[in-house]
Design a protein around this ligand. Structure first.
Ligand SMILES: C[S@@+](CC[C@H](N)C(=O)[O-])C[C@H]1O[C@@H](n2cnc3c(N)ncnc32)[C@H](O)[C@@H]1O
Length: 258
């Protein structure tokens, strides 16, 4: 697997907003406190860490060792998370789980293949949950100022091969055509504020402007970004109204099958 987020893990852990308490609470209520939950594409534990307080165990799985290391560091003292290297193509190698959550990670996977495999692995009442940006997530802070900087450094955004943007197929539609076609969506709005360091840190948390992608141009990029951001907004404070969606997908219960 290619190094999608090379060097981004510490920035991801520090500067990417979590999904917010109400979204985590919604997931916890759905899974139940007696459950083992697979967090696939866990990153630095954005979902796994707050969820662990509310369920029996979390299997936190990611192909990126740096993300897992950040997660382990942040979760020091949390005993019921197992940090495991792995990815969506190796689900059968994992210990058994009752439910699965994917936070901002489904678009990196062969979505249909994952759902077909989950149909074999999840128990009858097993839930597939997605958490991430809603349909209208709002522009990233400082985005207007950052576009020309990315152009200058030729590190323009790319879309994950299996994302809605790349395939034209929204995750809702992929799930609706899968064995997990009973969908329930809840959206939460939040107002987030960022200072200059947070907007700069956010840039380095993205796969397309990760430290590995920038290589020895990292310092020059950060400096150019700093100048452009302050020129466009001398207050050094940014606001984003963002939406987070929790999508819960269950198998459809057909009459007579319950
Ligand atoms: C944007 S981060 C999401 C982190 C965290 N779950 C969250 O909600 O913020 C996406 C993560 O998916 C992981 N990833 C990429 N391809 C994957 C795959 N095929 N299977 C599992 N995880 C994958 C990346 O390594 C990265 O840590």
């Amino acid at each position: 697997m290619t190094d999608l987020f090379g060097g981004a893990a510490p920035y991801y852990a520090k500067y990417r907003a979590g999904h917010g308490e109400p979204a985590i609470e919604r997931l916890a209520m759905t899974f139940g406190q007696d459950s083992t939950v697979l967090d696939l594409g866990c990153g630095p534990g954005t979902v796994a860490i707050p969820l662990a307080r509310r369920v029996r165990e979390v299997l936190a799985v990611d192909p990126d060792e740096e993300m897992l290391a950040e997660g382990r560091r942040l979760a020091a003292g949390v005993a019921n998370i197992r940090w495991l290297p792995g990815d969506s193509t190796r689900l059968r190698e994992l210990p058994a789980f009752d439910h699965i959550v994917m936070g901002r990670s489904f678009h990196w996977m062969d979505r249909r293949a994952v759902l077909a495999e989950l149909d074999e692995l999840l128990p009858a009442d097993g839930v597939v949950a997605l958490v991430g940006p809603g349909r209208d997530p709002g522009e990233e802070p400082g985005e207007e100022a950052m576009r020309p900087v990315r152009d200058e450094f030729e590190v323009n955004t790319f879309t994950a091969a299996n994302s809605y943007q790349a395939t034209g197929e929204h995750p809702h539609d992929v799930l609706a055509g899968s064995p997990f076609a009973d969908l329930e969506s809840t959206t939460y709005e939040r107002r987030l504020t960022y200072d200059l360091d947070a907007v700069l840190g956010l840039q380095l948390s993205y796969s397309y402007t990760s430290p590995a992608r920038l290589g020895d141009r990292l310092e020059a990029f950060t400096e150019a970004a700093r100048k452009a951001l302050l020129a466009s907004n001398p207050s050094g404070r940014w606001e984003q109204v963002t939406s987070t969606e929790v999508l819960v997908a269950r198998r459809k219960v057909t009459p007579g099958s319950a």
